[in-house]
Design a protein. Structure first.
Length: 138
């Protein structure tokens, strides 16, 4: 009887540890933030953003999106609400494939930080600085 109780306690403890580890695999906890917050964060990191405009998040199954002009090119900033089952699932698929498809065209996703991805970094001269800002966005 004692062995069965110990086994169940051990099993419960393992389940708790795995669920906590799963949350950490998403990166920083920034789900409460919005794309505009990331723009402000980039500006505080010294990245010059010369304009922003809203984007429709639906084509990428995201919850919110903005386009930001940095240098001579634009980037898309997409936020997935990880409390929403469908958006969380979509973000996990992106994490595994490291790309998204827009109108059948693949776009690389270099990094995912918590609930956020950035699209259109290929041609941007500030790519490394933007990725660094994404990593530190909490």
């Amino acid at each position: 009887m004692k062995k069965a109780v110990r086994f169940h306690i051990l099993l419960l403890a393992a389940a708790v540890l795995l669920s906590v580890a799963g949350c950490n695999s998403l990166g920083p906890d920034n789900n409460y933030r919005m794309p505009r917050d990331f723009v402000r964060h980039m500006q505080s990191e010294g990245i010059k953003v010369s304009g922003i405009r809203p984007l429709d998040p639906k084509p990428l199954s995201a919850g919110a999106a903005l386009e930001a002009k940095i240098g001579n090119s634009n980037i898309g900033i997409y936020k997935y609400d990880i409390t929403n089952k469908n958006q969380r699932s979509r973000l996990e698929k992106i994490r595994k494939s490291k790309r998204i498809y827009f109108n059948g065209i693949p776009y690389p996703i270099y990094e995912i930080s918590g609930s956020f991805i950035v699209v259109g970094l290929d041609k941007n001269k500030e790519k490394q600085r933007i990725l660094q800002a994404l990593r530190s966005f909490k």
